[in-house]
Write a protein that binds this ligand. Structure first.
Ligand code: 3PG
Length: 356
């Protein structure tokens, strides 16, 4: 079995060494493609890989088409937005990530950027302090929780909005849960973004929302560039000279931001939230262990999911009359996804095994 690390932005050496140890201990071979500059290099490297570890690297249909031996892709990080999940399903390739493994690193960088904004980009003039300021955490996942933990040390008043996380979970951490993004932005001096890039969130951070921030507002983005409506943010920052934008994901319109908003805009040259030895080790080794577990036992999970799907389908058919249309549709939808997904995986798994 060949496991490929394909990282345009390499892991720290100590993390690669740790991954190698895990992979070789399982009897597999490790291949390394780092700092690649052309997609052709990736296409060539994936040809005989059975598993791939990536970071923000793009795994699309073209890559999956040539990766004939591929069984699993693990993003050593958060989200799946850089992997074409439909194409992966069609190819019977499992996709995982490593939730929480690099969250502290990203949260610490968010504070690095908050301090930088509060101290006027370290230009020598008198700035402000974070203590006593209102911090808004937009989405309370693994990174959001770490931001809340660190914000307590800074003595900030902490607010959070998350469309999916129950209020009780947020408030248990001593954070005030607000009812909407509008309320969060209207309340807070600093907003730290931690939403994923999905069809619903893309371009959602727009003129109307950011304009709700009080005078001197700072928007910090360590999430994804796609969630920002760049045209509207540029328009707003032109109209409001008090706003600052700090980002760890260089906007498409970086040159415009940099030219127009000197002293109010900062972007890292390359996403570096997770660029610490610790985060690389945590996420990289978790990815390696997930791959070893999957390659050894993966088909067992597919059998379990197939059984669960069949069970839900059978029960929803038996209790058809008692269920509402919505509940019935939901159960049928979930069972079809589980049955079809697992069946495709198992068919591909056993066909590949047979041909080996
Ligand atoms: C993540 O998605 O986990 C972080 O944004 C880090 O991404 P990276 O590993 O590409 O730096």
């Amino acid at each position: 079995m060949k496991v490929l690390i394909a990282t345009d932005k390499p892991f720290a050496k100590v993390a690669v060494d740790g991954i190698r140890k895990e992979i070789e201990a399982a009897g597999y071979e490790l291949a390394l493609l780092e700092k690649y500059t052309e997609k052709a290099q990736l296409l060539d490297a994936v040809k005989d890989a059975n598993a791939i570890i990536i970071r923000s690297d793009i795994i699309d249909a073209e890559v999956l088409d040539v990766a004939k031996e591929l069984k699993i892709v693990v993003r050593a990080g958060a989200g799946y937005d850089n992997v074409d999940l439909d194409a992966a399903t069609a190819h019977g390739v499992c996709v995982m990530n490593t939730p929480g493994q690099n969250s502290n690193a990203v949260a610490e960088l968010a504070f690095g950027m908050m301090v930088m904004a509060a101290r006027n980009m370290y230009n020598g003039t008198s700035g402000t302090e974070l203590k006593g300021k209102k911090l808004g955490i937009h989405a309370y996942g693994n990174v959001g929780r770490n931001v809340a933990r660190i914000a307590k040390g800074f003595g900030m008043e902490i607010y959070a909005f998350d469309a999916f996380c129950p209020k009780e979970v947020i408030e248990k951490d001593g954070v005030t849960a607000v009812d909407s993004a509008d309320e969060l932005y209207s309340t807070c001096n600093v907003v730290s973004l931690h939403i994923p890039a999905t069809a619903e969130t893309k371009n959602s951070i727009n003129y109307a929302l950011v304009n709700k921030m009080p005078k001197g507002g700072v928007l910090v983005n360590t999430a994804r560039k796609e969630v920002i409506n760049e045209t509207e943010l540029i328009q707003l920052m032109e109209e409001r000279a008090d706003l600052k934008y700090m980002t760890d994901i260089m906007p498409a319109a970086n040159e415009t931001f940099a030219a127009k908003f000197v002293g109010r805009y900062f972007s890292t040259p390359k996403k570096m939230g997770a660029q610490t030895a610790e985060a690389n080790i945590n996420a990289g080794i978790a990815a390696a262990q997930q791959i070893v577990g999957f390659l050894k036992d993966g088909y067992k999970f597919a059998v379990i999911y197939l059984t669960i799907g069949a069970g839900i389908f059978a029960l929803s058919s038996i209790f058809r009359k008692e269920l509402s249309d919505f509940a019935l549709g939901f159960c049928e939808g979930v069972s079809v996804v589980l049955i079809v997904g697992s069946a495709i995986y198992l068919i591909v798994h056993f066909m590949k095994k047979k041909s080996q």
